[in-house]
Design a protein around this ligand. Structure first.
Ligand code: ADP
Ligand code: MG
Length: 266
């Protein structure tokens, strides 16, 4: 049965693995279910395979083994009907189009109505008011990332995939986005996967944190984030937040130890 495009999908990875042509094993067989409407953070050290996992969920990379289901359909199908959006670390904005032009193009490709007022609202939501007519080359890296986030949200996807989307965003704007974005995906009931290597960002934004080992990615810990919403920056100074952040750090450390070759074996 075709999934209801309006409701957020459950995402199921069954034994998904990936080894690249050159022989790099990026992901060991991984089985994970992301609940409909939840925000899950994937946290792990640089190079562990996070982007590869996200790209496979987005239908942009084919798993070497296993299967991925998005609300019962394969990723390529969800991608085809614009049921998912991705905002990458390195935003792929079209250089010859303004911020607004990039958002409008995404709406056109997804065959979604273009409502100027809504595009304006998105542009100001990501703090780019006054920059709608500006081309990417004239924006800072952080501003380009914010434009990419606005573009990803514009098509109102039921599955939102964010790959380190705040890497170049300054601290103050990052805090503002951490406040505003969850409100959008909560209101819409979006299923969200957030790849990040920032522990505090993961705790602040997600309902669940999956901690991955260094490459090849394996699950080290699966942590429920049972903090109340909406979350404000003050939450980061509470004992509950600190305890969760400690748990994530401890899992990252265990993951590093898992992949370390004992000196005696070298
Ligand atoms: P992360 O996002 O966690 O930093 P990636 O998923 O980007 O990690 O990469 C995981 C590993 O796979 C790295 O060793 C990277 O060099 C390798 N890799 C990623 N994409 C490719 C590719 N297209 N071809 C070959 N190796 C790749
Ligand atoms: Mg990455």
């Amino acid at each position: 049965m075709a999934p209801d495009p309006a409701s957020p999908p459950e995402v199921v990875l069954s034994g998904v693995a990936k080894t690249f042509a050159g022989g790099t094993e990026a992901v060991r067989p991984l089985s994970l279910t992301f609940a409909a409407g939840q925000t899950t953070a994937l946290v792990g050290p640089s190079g562990c395979g996070k982007s590869t996992i996200l790209r496979m969920v987005a239908g942009l990379e084919t798993p070497g083994a296993g299967a991925i289901s998005i609300g019962g359909e394969p990723p390529a199908e969800t991608l085809r009907r614009a049921g998912l959006s991705v905002a990458f670390q390195d935003p792929s904005l079209l250089p010859w189009r303004s911020v607004r032009g990039n958002i409008e193009l995404a709406l056109g490709l997804a065959r979604r109505p273009l409502i100027a007022r809504e595009v304006d609202q998105l542009i100001s939501l990501v703090g780019l008011e006054g920059f709608g007519g500006t081309r990417p080359a004239e924006l800072s890296g952080g501003m380009r990332q914010r434009a990419a986030i606005a573009r990803a949200l514009a098509t109102q996807p039921s599955l939102l995939l964010l790959d380190e989307p705040f890497g170049a965003v300054d601290e103050l704007t990052r805090q503002q986005l951490a406040q505003d974005l969850p409100r959008i995906w909560e209101a819409r009931g979006t299923t969200t996967l957030l790849v990040t290597h920032s522990v505090s960002e993961a705790v602040m934004l997600s309902d669940r944190i999956v901690v991955l080992s260094p490459r090849p990615a394996e699950i080290v810990a699966d942590i429920a984030v049972d903090l109340p919403r909406p979350r404000d920056p003050g939450l980061a100074r509470t004992p509950g937040f600190a305890a969760l952040a400690d748990e994530v750090f401890a899992a990252l450390t265990r993951g590093m130890a898992m992949r370390q070759t004992p000196l005696a074996a070298q």
